[in-house]
Design a protein around this ligand. Sequence first.
Ligand code: CO
Length: 174
Amino acid sequence: MVREIVVYPDKRLKLVSKEVVSFDAELHTLLDDMYDTMRAKNGVGLAAIQVGVDIRALIINIPQENAEGEGDQPKENTLEMINPVILEADGREKFQEGCLSVPGYYEDVERAKHVKVQYYDREGNPHTIEDDDFLAVAMQHEMDHLDGKVFIEKLSFLKRKKFEKEWAKRLKEA
Ligand code: CO
């Protein structure tokens, strides 16, 4: 089921999400709904707080080219990360980012190039994963949401000022 996306500057995006303690049916329904919502909005990742639930859960599904040469995001490719923690982070790299909570806005953000992350799956089994490409960027972006941070907070002072002005105008016109 597609849920409503929480859009900036909604104060819920500033919440520090709580640790998940029960890996139950409610969590599974939330993760399924997050997938439906991400697909409906053409995203590649989503944190639970972006559908208004302040728990430390996120999903990522980086499109992979299918036989027709189109980006495909089958559900089985979805990385579901519960209570993720960064174990290692090194290097720096800039990537263009966007966010379903700041729809239509894209900007370069600098983050660690390589990260190693520990997390739990929906059944509560522990895993570690590492990456030094787009998945590394996506994990850092989504994990920031769990700590109440949105990517625009990483912009330079001038870019942020310009963004806030344009965003205020857009919200007014909407
Ligand atoms: Co985001």
